[in-house]
Design a protein around this ligand. Structure first.
Ligand code: HEC
Ligand code: HEC
Ligand code: HEC
Ligand code: HEC
Ligand code: HEC
Ligand code: HEC
Ligand code: HEC
Length: 435
């Protein structure tokens, strides 16, 4: 069989448009080298940006792209999974952040009837990415929280199962019960409250690192000009949809916000899509072994597909370009960072998100666990040469704790948390942060 590299034009004509970033691709389109594919993708992006951004506001593009990236657009063809010749096409318009129109979610309790993943998944930060204020562990554990910013004093006080947010300038106060708590406080827990029928994001957030309140990331870090501004940021409807679509399940159906339907946090069906057909099939009177289990298994995506899948919330290379986040602030976007690393390969499963992370379990902290992931590709000094290992051995001769040197930690100012840089590399002392 003769294999040859295709250029971008040919690839596009063959339907393998590198601009499409089709996330659910599983079959290898050709053997174009990784660097070629990456270059293709980046060039496409630049052309794309040139022609589009001038006309449309960034957030409109982002909205459209999130759609194209994170799931299936109805125009996209052949992005179905193919497993041993059998294929399963996810429902049109499904993506991890948005339920397909009309989809019905059954809830984790149903999955628990048959799957052990439910025993550990509920304890992950992802499963707890959103809580109602009544249930927030952080708010329940803190009867009173205070913060001072110039003349403005902030308090969050617990009253029964409510948390009352009060901001005062000495003369006047704004008082509102908190509705939702976003995040588990590692890099912040931010609150949403309602005032005169509108949603606001609290100007202060709780941080585990200081066990108290500080300015919300992204909020101005100086005293506000007005009391209203001091209380928080008015959220527009796009904002509200965005926050809830990544931090909860079923909040957005198609393009409609449906807060009454949401389940806080990322649930089983948040990642696997509606389980309605799957459960019906598995409970049918005579279940035969079938290839098509009527449910999405992201384990079947290729590496780039998985990066796009997780990146629909953790943010991909394209998201970061469109958001124009430069410098250390983009270290929290792991799919973007790893894409820039020399280790990254579109097709090599050993560098996929799930090679290092089991999304059903809590994040592993032990260095030895990750060492094995690196040495799956990198030669270890002294071991016989292994053709499958395309990565060289450590030039500094180290045998363990690979990530401690090659995935350095960076603190985003104001986050009170150090993120692990997924742009795996030789990090030199005093280097500027590589974008
Ligand atoms: C009545 C039992 C039952 C229930 C309830 C159930 N499943 Fe399954 N599920 C199965 C069986 C059986 C398989 C096939 C296992 C295998 O082949 O190894 C499966 C397979 C899967 C797979 C892998 C599919 C693939 O193509 O590899 C996923 C993902 C999955 N289930 C998710 C869920 C989710 C999410 C829920 C809750 C909405 C759920 N299941 C509810 C029985 C069930
Ligand atoms: C629907 C959106 C969504 C998707 C899809 C998603 N994540 Fe997350 N993930 C989140 C949010 C939100 C958080 C932050 C949770 C918090 O700290 O409150 C998070 C946190 C994490 C964490 C940090 C856990 C910790 O202990 O701090 C890891 C690891 C992670 N996700 C891995 C993954 C992987 C791997 C995938 C793809 C298989 C994935 N995520 C897909 C939304 C998502
Ligand atoms: C595109 C998906 C996405 C959107 C939109 C989004 N988030 Fe997140 N958020 C995440 C992911 C993924 C994480 C975990 C990685 C990180 O810490 O940056 C996270 C982390 C956080 C954290 C820190 C949690 C912790 O425990 O460290 C807070 C607080 C937060 N988000 C609040 C918000 C609020 C408020 C909004 C709306 C203004 C919002 N997010 C919009 C995906 C999203
Ligand atoms: C953050 C996204 C995410 C969430 C939430 C999630 N899963 Fe998964 N699930 C995945 C990914 C990614 C894979 C593929 C893992 C792999 O191949 O390594 C997977 C694989 C599976 C499989 C197939 C396992 C196998 O060994 O082939 C089952 C079954 C499953 N998940 C059930 C569940 C259930 C039940 C829940 C809820 C308790 C859940 N998942 C929550 C992302 C998620
Ligand atoms: C080669 C291994 C490896 C791969 C591949 C990998 N990670 Fe990580 N990841 C790590 C290590 C190591 C940590 C830090 C664990 C700790 O806190 O000790 C980490 C931490 C994280 C965290 C917690 C926040 C932070 O930055 O410290 C998130 C979220 C995360 N990874 C998401 C992802 C996503 C999404 C992907 C796929 C794009 C991915 N990771 C791929 C090794 C990996
Ligand atoms: C999918 C296979 C794969 C995995 C997994 C992988 N690497 Fe790599 N890595 C490579 C390849 C291929 C290169 C480029 C050739 C080389 O320099 O060896 C590379 C390059 C590197 C480089 C040199 C980068 C530079 O900028 O010069 C370092 C350092 C490195 N890897 C460390 C790690 C560490 C640490 C891990 C685990 C956290 C890891 N790699 C995981 C394949 C991988
Ligand atoms: C104490 C810090 C440290 C640890 C731990 C460490 N390395 Fe390194 N590594 C370095 C330094 C420094 C260099 C650059 C050496 C030079 O260029 O002279 C390097 C270079 C490399 C390179 C680049 C080789 C090349 O051809 O340029 C790879 C690949 C690598 N390390 C992989 C690993 C792996 C895999 C592990 C874990 C088994 C590991 N490293 C552990 C510090 C470390």
């Amino acid at each position: 069989m003769t294999k040859r590299k295709l250029d971008n034009r040919e690839r596009r004509e063959k339907g393998n448009d590198p601009c499409a970033f089709a996330p659910l691709r599983e079959t290898k389109p050709d053997n174009a080298s990784f660097s070629q594919r990456r270059k293709g993708a980046k060039n496409c992006f630049r052309n794309f940006r040139g022609s589009l951004i001038e006309v449309v506001k960034v957030w409109v593009v982002l909205g459209g792209l999130v759609f194209a990236l994170a799931g299936q657009s109805p125009q996209q063809k052949s992005v179905s999974e193919t497993v041993g010749g059998k294929s399963f096409t996810p429902p049109p318009e499904w993506r991890p952040t948005h339920a397909a129109p009309g989809a019905r979610y059954l809830g984790n309790a149903v999955c628990a009837q048959c799957h052990i993943q439910t025993e550990t998944q509920h304890a992950t930060p992802m499963a707890q990415a959103l809580e109602r204020a009544a249930e927030s562990r952080i708010l329940r554990a803190h009867q009173k929280l205070n913060f001072q910013s110039g003349k403005y004093s902030y308090t969050i006080s617990r009253e029964g199962d409510r948390s009352i947010y009060q901001v005062s300038d000495g003369n006047n106060s704004i008082v509102a019960p908190l509705l939702y708590a976003f995040g588990q406080g590692k890099a912040g827990q931010t609150y949403v409250f309602e005032l005169n029928g509108k949603f606001f994001e609290s100007r202060v957030s709780f941080y585990n690192g200081i066990n108290g309140l500080d300015y919300t990331m992204g909020a101005p870090r100086e005293p506000a000009k007005t009391l209203a501004e001091a209380a928080g940021r008015l959220m527009d409807s796009a904002d509200i949809k965005d926050c809830f679509s990544c931090h909860s399940t079923g909040a957005v159906n198609g393009s409609k916000l449906q807060l009454d339907q949401l389940t806080p946090g990322v649930t089983c069906e948040g990642c696997h899509g509606s389980g309605e057909k799957h459960v019906a099939l598995m409970k049918s009177a005579n279940p035969k072994p079938v290839d098509n289990k009527q449910i999405i298994n992201p384990g079947r995506f290729d590496t780039e597909g998985q990066t796009q899948f997780c990146g629909s919330c953790h943010r991909t290379w394209t998201h970061v370009q469109l958001m124009r986040v430069q410098g250390v602030a983009n270290v929290r976007f792991q799919p973007y960072r790893i894409f820039n690393s020399k280790c990254y390969d579109f097709d090599d499963k050993r560098i996929s998100c799930t090679a290092c992370h089991n999304p059903h379990e809590e994040l592993r902290k032990d260095a030895a666990y990750y060492d094995a992931k690196c040495t799956a590709c990198h030669q270890t000094r002294g071991e016989p040469v292994n053709q499958d290992k395309r990565g060289a051995s450590c030039k500094a001769g180290k045998l363990r704790d690979c990530a401690s040197c090659h995935m350095p930690e960076y603190e985003i100012p104001g986050s009170h948390f150090k993120f692990k840089d997924h742009q795996i590399r030789v990090a030199r002392r005093g280097e500027t942060y590589p974008n």
